[in-house]
Design a protein. Structure first.
Length: 272
């Protein structure tokens, strides 16, 4: 028996990285998964984004756990397309009780292209708003409560990052989703729907472990302004460290926890 038996989770950015890890962790606890990802490149992002093959691999791994999964390629910036993906997943798997607004980009370049600010705001802030909105009415109508977790960052709690538009936009978006979370937590509480944010430090995913990000971090280190200095003696976390926290946060073990900003950060924020 898993603590999420019989529930359906809607996860954005599920093709790889933290999103795939969350899908697998929730499936281990008995949830079925609606997995959505862009599976295409955004021009201002300096590292390769997920592919359709990545999303297919997420599906294979979930099915290997004997859970059901519905996958669809959709852009969180496109609310009608995201709504269509959500509705198709519900038709296939049943009503959603869990929403993970996980999709995000980090277009942090030493030579920023035009549009970097707008793209990160559109994906990391507007995309979160769209994700909650396409699920909100269904969660309320189900009448069984639910849990929404928005992936923010340590950059959503403290003033870290570079001066380039992508870095500024990333911090602004990750702070902005905290405001969204707090409003949604109040608006949805009468329906027993809980809303929280998680705030990871650096995590071992393609968003962090790529040449463009390493160039950015190396320059910051040289300037004595490294944004990744955890208190605990670990340079980066593993995706499952965040997934374990989320699996608890969406379960009945956390049934009265709502409106909180939960760092999963090896002491990074406290050190700041």
């Amino acid at each position: 028996m898993g603590k999420l038996d019989g529930q359906v989770a809607f996860i954005t950015g599920a093709a790889r990285g933290q999103g795939r890890s969350h899908a697998l962790r929730l499936a281990q606890e008995g949830a079925d998964i609606i997995a959505v990802d862009l599976c295409a490149q955004i021009d201002t992002v300096q590292y390769p984004l997920a592919t359709p093959d990545d999303l297919a691999e997420t599906a294979r791994l979930v099915e290997a756990l004997d859970r059901r999964i519905f996958t669809q390629i959709a852009d969180v910036r496109d609310r009608p397309a995201l709504q269509a993906a959500f509705d198709a997943g519900v038709a296939e798997l049943g009503p959603v009780r869990i929403v993970l607004a996980n999709a995000g980009i980090a277009p942090i370049s030493l030579d920023p292209p035009a549009g970097e600010w707008q793209d990160v705001i559109d994906v990391n802030l507007t995309g979160v708003h769209n994700t909650v909105e396409v699920a909100r009415a269904a969660l309320v109508e189900n009448g069984q409560g639910g849990a929404i977790v928005i992936t923010s960052s340590t950059a959503g709690l403290v003033g870290i990052g570079g001066r380039n538009p992508g870095s500024l936009g990333y911090a602004a978006a990750k702070h902005g989703v905290v405001g969204l979370m707090r409003l949604y937590a109040n608006h949805l509480a009468p329906h027993s729907i809980r809303v929280n944010t998680v705030h990871p430090t650096g995590v071992n995913t393609p968003m962090i472990m790529n040449d463009a990000m390493q160039d950015f971090l190396n320059r910051a280190e040289t300037e004595g302004n490294s944004p990744l200095q955890n208190a605990l003696p670990v340079p980066v976390l593993q995706p499952e460290d965040i997934s374990n926290a989320i699996a608890w946060l969406v379960s009945d073990e956390a049934r009265y926890i709502t409106g909180v900003t939960l760092p999963v950060d090896a002491g990074f924020v406290n050190k700041k």
